[in-house]
Design a protein around this ligand. Sequence first.
Ligand SMILES: Nc1ncnc2c1ncn2[C@@H]1O[C@H](COP(=O)(O)OP(=O)(O)OP(=O)(O)O)[C@@H](O)[C@H]1O
Ligand SMILES: [Mg+2]
Length: 196
Amino acid sequence: MKLHLTTPLSSDINKQRQALRAEMRQKRALLTLEQQQQSAQSIIAPALELIERYQAHHLAFYLPFQGEISPLPLIDTLRQQGKAIYLPVLHPFSAHQLLFLAYHSEKALEQNRFGIWQPKLDVRNVLPLNALEMIFVPLVACDKLGNRLGMGGGFYDRTLSQKKLISVGLAHRCQQVEQLPLAHWDMPLTHLLIGE
Ligand SMILES: Nc1ncnc2c1ncn2[C@@H]1O[C@H](COP(=O)(O)OP(=O)(O)OP(=O)(O)O)[C@@H](O)[C@H]1O
Ligand SMILES: [Mg+2]
C-alpha cells in the first residue's frame, strides 16, 4: 500500500519523535560557546571538499538558531571563493513552503514568525529551486544512516521532495543517535557532516 503523505503516524512514533526533539534541543542548548565555535570550525574543511566535489556554485545555508551548528565561518570562506549564498525564507502565503533568497548582507535581514532571521522578501532576490545546487540544512537529530529529524514543520521535507537536491545535514556530535523514529515523508540527507 502506498502511504499518502497525510496518513497520520502512530501516536507511539509521534511521541517518540517529540520526546527525542525535546531531549536533543536541550543537549544542544547546553553546548558551551567554545564547543560551538570548535564544532563550527571543524565542518569547514569537509564542507569545502564536498562543494568542490560537486562543483556547486549556488548554495543554500541557514542562520543558526537555538544552538544549531553555525555555518557562518564556512559561509565567510565561500564568499571569498565567489560562491552565491542563499537563505530560506518562509513563503508569504503558501503555508510550510520555503523560498530561497540571496544572502547579500546582514542589514537586509528580518525575523520571521519563529524568530529566525531571514532576508527581507524581495522578488529580485528569489532563486528558483531548480537553480539551487546544494542545500545545507540544520537539524534537531540525525542517525547513522543520514536520516534527519527537524523542528517539526516539514519545511525541509517539502523542499527536498520538490527537487532532487544534494542535501547536507550539519550537526553536533551530541545530536546523532543510532536510529531515528522515521515518518514516511521524511527525506533522507545525501550527506551528513558532524562537528566535533
Ligand atoms: N512533502 C510533503 N508534503 C506535504 N506535507 C509534508 C511533506 N513532508 C512533510 N509533510 C508534513 O509536515 C509535517 C511535519 O513533518 P516532520 O515532523 O517530518 O517535520 P521535520 O522534518 O521535523 O521538520 P523540518 O523539515 O521543517 O525540519 C507532517 O505533518 C508531514 O505530514
Ligand atoms: Mg521530517
